[in-house]
Structure formats: C-alpha cells, structure tokens
Write a protein that binds this ligand. Structure first.
Ligand SMILES: NC(=O)c1ccc[n+]([C@@H]2O[C@H](COP(=O)([O-])OP(=O)(O)OC[C@H]3O[C@@H](n4cnc5c(N)ncnc54)[C@H](OP(=O)(O)O)[C@@H]3O)[C@@H](O)[C@H]2O)c1
Length: 323
C-alpha cells in the first residue's frame, strides 16, 4: 500500500510503498478514505518531546481517519466489510489501510462526507473529555475557552453551549461571528484585550487550549471550587491550591462511547464539523507546513500573540487518501 512515513526525527515526510497491515482475530482492516492533521503529529515527528511521546521509526503519522471496513478478524461481530466508519489510532492513518480494534471506531454519520468525518475524532473527543470528564461542566455554569475558534475549541464551544452552559471564548477578532454562530455568547479578541480585564464575572470552568501566560492568568478568573483544564501543558498544583480550584492537564483517552455520542449529535445537526483545507495524501508535507503557521505558542514551536501571523481560516486540515 501507499503511505506517508517519517524516517528520522525532524526529517522529511516520504510517500512510497509499504507492506499492507495484517489483522489479528480481534482487529478490523479499514481502507482509509481520509485522515486529518493534528499538532501532535508534528510534535512527535520533531522529536522535541521524544521522552514523553516516543515513536518507532520509520513512523506512519495519523491519529484519526474515516474509511470503509475491508476485512474483519474472526472474533469481530460488530462490523462487516463495507461499513463506513471513523475513529482514532495511536498512529498510522496516513496510509491506504489501517488495522484497528473495534473499540476505537464508530459508524460514520451518514450526513458527513468522508473528509468531514476524518476531521472529527481527535478534536471532538478532546473537547468532550476536556469540558465534561475533567471540567465537570454543568447546565447553567459558565465556561471560558481559550482558543475557541481552533479545532478543539470549536467543538468545545458547541458542546458546552448544547449542554446549557454560558460560553465565553478567546480568539482572533475575525472569528467572532463564527464563534457566535456556534454558541459563544461572548468573544474576547486575544490580540486586543486581556481576558481577565474584560470578564465581568468569574467562571466555573476554564478550558485552556493555549498554555503559557494564558494558563497562569486563568487562575484569576476562576470561581473558588472551579476547574482549570489544560490541553497543552501541566497545571501548577501549588497555584491551583492557592486559588482553591482544581487544575488538570488532560490527555485524550479515545472512546467509542464518546465518539458514538458525538456521532449522534453530528447526525442530528446539533453540532457540525469544520474542514479548512483538503490535501491529497502525498501532499502531507505541504499540509504540515500550513499547520506549522497555525500552531499556538505551545511546545516551543511557533509564537502567537499580538503581531504574530495568523492562518487564513479556522477548521481542520484533512488529507484525502482515496477518493
Ligand atoms: N491534551 C490532549 O489530549 C490534546 C488533544 C488535542 C489537541 N491538543 C492540543 O490542543 C491545542 C489546540 O489544538 P487545536 O487542534 O484546536 O489547534 P488549532 O486548530 O490550531 O487552533 C488553535 C487556535 O488557537 C488560537 N490562538 C492562538 N493563540 C491564542 C491566544 N493567545 N489566545 C486565544 N486563542 C489563541 C488560534 O487562533 P489564530 O489562528 O486566530 O491565532 C486558533 O484558532 C494544541 O496545542 C494541541 O496540541 C491536546
């Protein structure tokens, strides 16, 4: 099969032939239709975080996909060849075929294209687990989402709003109308204002998708007993205790149960995906160049803040594997 691989840390992506995976009795072989680009792909490939995020080289990137079941192992009962599915993987989705366990896939919502479906699993499940599992967000509460127009942020805004919370998001001012259209009641332009000076009342939950100074300042706007959930860096437990809040750095734990609930919300049109650009799989290197300019100022990879360059649109970058 054709696949995109990284041969050495920090190296170029190469597109060539590799052996097609074989499946165990409890696995499914999926013919990939589309995959999507995540910051994590680039972070792992750079090697800067190899102590906590090691990869075996040569490495096929790709943490999410949509596709069609090609073959099932003898112990698999829930799926049959021809089923359209989507889901997550530890790696390997930048390829024509992928072997997965049934526990990480779900049937693709019929109203989503394969390209849209591939953009969903990582961002939406991160949003769900960030705001509900770790943030314990409830109806009637207020949440502040840093990076609200990003891939994870946009699902967080939609899910929190659907859950009956008041949603405040920080984002570039250009994204205000978009964020209002998906459920944010207030948008704070991070390039123009400091959120702690703009907010009139303290919030119950902060979901921090940016980190650094943003995280430190977030303690100032949390109610006592509130929750700070960070997706990009650990939270100081001393600071959390001092402000009488909980602080946790989350790590996505993919779950077919959560993705199944998200699939139902997508199918009924309650939430919607956001695809920015679609590239062919062999153009993955170009897609990575695009997202590099889009990385928030985390992982030491790219600056963000007043004066920093911004990407042209919100939404995920998708790689089309098989039209
Ligand atoms: N822990 C986990 O399990 C997990 C899982 C998934 C993702 N993540 C991490 O979560 C982060 C967000 O991921 P993503 O896919 O949503 O990224 P994304 O789609 O690139 O979105 C980032 C957003 O942040 C905005 N932004 C940049 N600087 C900002 C600031 N100072 N204040 C407010 N907004 C700012 C950007 O807006 P402009 O472009 O307008 O500047 C952009 O809309 C990444 O670091 C990713 O690695 C963690």
């Amino acid at each position: 099969m054709k696949a995109v691989r990284l041969l050495e840390y920090g190296g170029q992506l190469v597109f060539n032939d590799v052996p097609t995976p074989t499946i165990a009795r409890d696995e499914i072989l999926v013919k990939i239709k589309s995959t999507a680009v995540n910051h994590l792909d680039l972070v792992k490939a750079s090697g800067t975080a190899r102590q906590i995020l090691p990869i075996d080289l040569p490495w096929i990137p790709g943490h999410e996909f949509s596709g069609v079941v090609e073959q099932i192992g003898s112990d698999v009962a829930a799926y049959a060849p021809g089923d359209a599915v989507f889901g997550t993987s530890d790696m390997g989705a930048y390829a024509e075929y992928l072997a997965v366990k049934p526990a990480v896939i779900v049937r693709k919502p019929s109203n989503l294209s394969f390209e849209e479906a591939a953009s969903v699993p990582v961002a939406s499940q991160t949003a769900w687990q960030g705001i509900f599992t770790h943030g314990h967000l409830e109806k009637g509460q207020t949440i502040l989402i840093h990076g609200g127009a990003g891939a994870v942020g946009a699902y967080s805004v939609q899910l929190a709003s659907h859950a009956g919370a008041t949603v405040i998001a920080t984002a570039s001012g250009d994204d205000e109308a978009y964020l209002n259209s998906i459920g944010a009641s207030q948008v704070i332009d991070y390039r123009e204002a400091q959120f702690e000076k703009v907010l009139r009342e303290k919030v119950d939950v902060v979901f921090d998708l940016i980190g650094g100074d943003i995280q430190k300042r977030s303690f100032l706007v949390l109610k006592e007993g509130g929750h700070l959930v960070a997706a990009t860096q650990p939270v100081s437990q001393e600071e959390a205790a001092r402000h009488r809040v909980s602080g946790v750095m989350m790590r996505l734990a993919p779950s077919a149960d959560v993705l199944g609930r998200i699939a139902r919300l997508l199918e009924e049109g309650t939430i919607r995906p956001d695809v920015a650009t679609v590239y062919a799989l062999q153009d993955a290197a170009q897609a990575w160049k695009d997202i590099t300019g889009n990385l928030p100022g985390v992982h030491g990879m790219s600056p963000s803040g007043p004066g920093a360059a911004r990407r042209t649109s919100h939404g995920k970058i998708v790689l089309r594997v098989d039209a």
